[in-house]
Design a protein around this ligand. Structure first.
Ligand SMILES: [Zn+2]
Length: 283
């Protein structure tokens, strides 16, 4: 199933679908606080118990003859402290091949940022070593994001850098770019800092149609209604909140089709006015 924005096709490949408590990612998003918005959040984004649906997916994008993967999920065999993400053994490579994205055919990988749930399939384990999963690809990473992760020495950052970033860098496949980098004539990075310092979203523009891939500027559609709700993984929460509000103004009023990287959405959505803020609509 591919989504179409102008000439750009986008195929979501789901690695994980979870139902999580607020404490997993958005501490304010309790069932009680979500209840006033159940009418539009259910059934796609909140389950019958009021828990958040949280998706990990890669977006396979075809644009101007390129096969592009935007964010590479958690990956197999990665040792992670969060049990839901530890030592996965999923069929991701078969799934992307079924959509015409054999790993050798991918020529561009885009990392919106360098958290471990966005870079996992940058590499795969072969004979005990991490090697680039996409040997013929340029891996696009924003310079400030690369600098941020390489300077962080906490255990999780060191682990992620070591198994998912350093091997592609050593193989000469990383292209460090600025936060407005034009990927193809139809795709461009847009700086959306706060969740991480060099975080980027991806803007799509083709044949008069506009789209936006969020990355982690928002983790869940409930943040359209409550852009002040911070994610417990935001590096700079105040900056992240400012960026979310600006982002919603930019894409809102049915101006742009929005594809949420962690949103369990069956289709791209519009952001529309709701109460004093926003919600999402399918038409
Ligand atoms: Zn994420």
């Amino acid at each position: 199933m591919a989504w179409q924005i102008g000439d750009v096709s986008i195929t979501p490949v789901i690695e994980l679908d979870l139902s999580v408590d607020a404490s997993f990612i958005l501490p304010d998003a309790t069932p009680e606080n979500l209840a006033p918005d159940f009418d539009w959040l259910q059934p796609h984004f909140v389950d019958e118990n009021g828990r958040l649906k949280f998706r990990v997916q890669a977006l396979l994008v075809e644009s101007c003859g390129h096969k592009i993967i935007i964010d590479t999920c958690v990956g197999n065999d990665k040792q992670r402290t969060t049990p839901e993400f530890n030592q996965l053994n999923g069929p991701f490579l078969d799934d992307i091949a079924k959509s015409g994205f054999e790993r050798e055919a991918v020529d561009i990988v885009v990392c919106t940022h360098l958290h471990y749930d966005h870079v996992g399939w940058n590499t795969m384990k072969v004979n005990g070593k991490w090697i680039p999963t996409f040997p013929n690809a340029r891996y696009i990473i924003a310079q400030p994001e690369f600098a941020h992760l390489s300077n962080h020495k906490d255990e999780s950052s060191v682990q992620t850098f070591g198994d998912s970033v350093a091997p592609i860098f050593a193989a000469g496949l990383v292209e460090l770019v600025d936060c407005n980098y034009q990927i193809t004539p139809e795709l461009q990075l847009i700086p959306t800092p706060g969740h991480t310092p060099g975080h980027c979203s991806v803007a799509i523009s083709s044949r008069g149609q506009k789209g936006m891939i969020t990355g982690d500027v928002m983790h869940h559609p409930c943040q359209c209604r409550h852009p002040e709700w911070e994610c417990n993984a935001d590096t700079f929460p105040q900056q992240a909140e400012i960026t979310r509000k600006e982002f919603l103004e930019q894409v809102g009023d049915r101006n742009t089709l929005v594809i949420g990287t962690h949103w369990s959405s069956p289709a791209p959505v519009y952001v529309t006015k709701h109460e004093m803020a926003w919600k999402v609509s399918f038409d």
